[in-house]
Ligand binder design. Structure first.
Ligand code: NAD
Ligand code: GLY
Length: 384
């Protein structure tokens, strides 16, 4: 059939209500089907994103109101959630109504958490418009906000009733934000392993991926969503440890984001964290040098930073293979400060918790020896 955008559904099989991640190009109108006949709909977004896509959503959701929040990680706060909740109340949003989160991971996490706590929980539809959100944050029900003490320290599991990932929106993303999403894509490829579907796609279609070719993008997002859906279905609330494998590269990433006051994007920080995880796994004898090298070469091939920027003169946003070009977005931080932040990470039970590859696959590893940590820090250019 011509003129009808193709939609692929990836099922997320979680109790009590499985839902679909719809993936396709030009499919924003699918949000109306997911929302159904709910009386009121609160679309939460940011000015730039709303300008681009809210008209289409409001066209298919005639009863919707638009609620804007600030742009940037600094707005992913309890204050923003309180503000949204008060505005929902003023607009008369009730428990049987719905919230639609239109934007990247910041909107998805914040609006998702507002939906989780408003009236003790209203339905949320995630409409991710960044690559990072389409492949990761919009799927799986993790919602929450930051504290000055650390990332995502306040939150709730609140699964969406549906996710609509329209890859056409990715054409509008700034280059740095697109590349940031590739950090999570690299994580999935490494989780799946060499020779897996995603690894193969990234090797064979790298030009199309970097060129944002819509058909390849839809395939890329579908494959990532399929991996995430499988992991989430196996451990929806991260109780058995299997969902924690999705945090590959994230222990260092969260510390880098906090240390750098979020001047590294999440995906950039994850890319450096993947290199660190590969080096730490090698230093603890869990993987060989060739496998560790894939943890560096894949993010590098996707134009992501593979070293911590060297202080105020460093710039992780510079891309390239070493992330060390000039700029003023650097993260001036040593290993002691990063270790202190990692100890505070909510996933650590008093010590240091990492997710590392090994002979039995990717798994949680607690408290690796100091010497191995020092070698891993050196691999990403962090001094002691
Ligand atoms: P983001 O939400 O800050 O979006 C990046 C920028 O792109 C913003 O300025 C946004 O306004 C803009 N933007 C969004 N869509 C656009 C489009 N189509 N065209 C042009 N501009 C657009 O960043 P992000 O990378 O999407 O998300 C990062 C957040 O996701 C972090 O807070 C991170 O902690 C969170 N996260 C959550 C999970 C989870 O499981 N909940 C997983 C990974 C990351
Ligand atoms: N992004 C990690 C998770 O959803 O569990």
């Amino acid at each position: 059939m011509t003129g009808v955008p193709a939609v692929v559904a990836v099922r997320v099989d979680v109790p009590p209500a499985p839902y679909d991640v719809l993936v396709g190009s030009g499919i924003l109108g699918e949000v109306a089907t997911t929302v159904g006949d709910r009386r009121r709909v609160a679309v939460v977004s940011q000015a730039r994103v709303a300008e681009l896509y809210a008209p289409r959503l409001l066209e298919v959701l005639p009863s919707a109101d638009l609620f804007l929040m600030g742009d940037g990680e600094d707005h992913k706060t309890i204050a923003t959630v309180g503000d949204l909740a008060r505005r929902f109340a003023a607009a008369g949003l009730l428990r049987d109504d719905a919230v639609v989160a239109l934007g990247g991971g910041v909107v998805g996490d914040t609006a998702g958490f507002a939906a989780a706590v408003y009236h003790r929980g209203v339905d949320v539809v995630q409409v991710p418009t960044t690559l990072l959100a389409q492949v990761d944050s919009a799927i799986g029900g993790k919602t929450g906000v930051n504290l000055p003490e650390g990332k995502n320290l306040v939150g709730a599991f609140h699964q969406p009733i549906g996710v609509v990932a329209d890859v056409a929106t990715l054409a509008d993303l700034p280059a740095r934000e697109y590349r940031s999403g590739l950090g999570e894509v690299a994580k999935y490829a490494l989780l799946e392993g060499v020779g897996g579907e995603l690894d193969t796609l990234l090797r064979e279609e790298s030009t199309a991926v970097l060129g944002r070719e819509p058909t390849v993008l839809a395939d890329l997002v579908r494959r990532c969503a399929t991996i995430k859906a499988r992991v989430v279905a196996g451990d929806p609330e991260e109780r058995t440890g299997s969902r924690a494998t999705l945090n590959l590269g994230h222990t260092l990433a969260h510390a880098l984001e906090t240390a750098g006051r979020h001047r590294l994007t999440h995906g950039e920080a994850v890319a450096v964290g993947l290199v660190f995880a590969g080096a730490l796994a090698e230093a603890t004898g869990r993987i060989d040098a060739a496998t560790a090298d894939r943890y560096r070469s894949l993010p590098a091939a996707l134009g992501l930073p593979v070293r911590v920027p060297a202080g105020p003169a460093g710039d992780a946003a510079g891309g390239g293979t070493d992330g060390a070009s000039e700029g003023d977005d650097g993260v001036e931080v040593g290993s002691d400060a990063l270790l202190a932040l990692m100890r505070r990470d909510k996933k650590a039970a008093g010590g240091f918790t990492f997710v590392l590859p090994g002979p039995g696959g990717v798994e949680r590893v607690d408290d690796p020896p100091a010497g191995a940590l020092a070698r891993a820090f050196a691999a990403v250019g962090v001094r002691g």
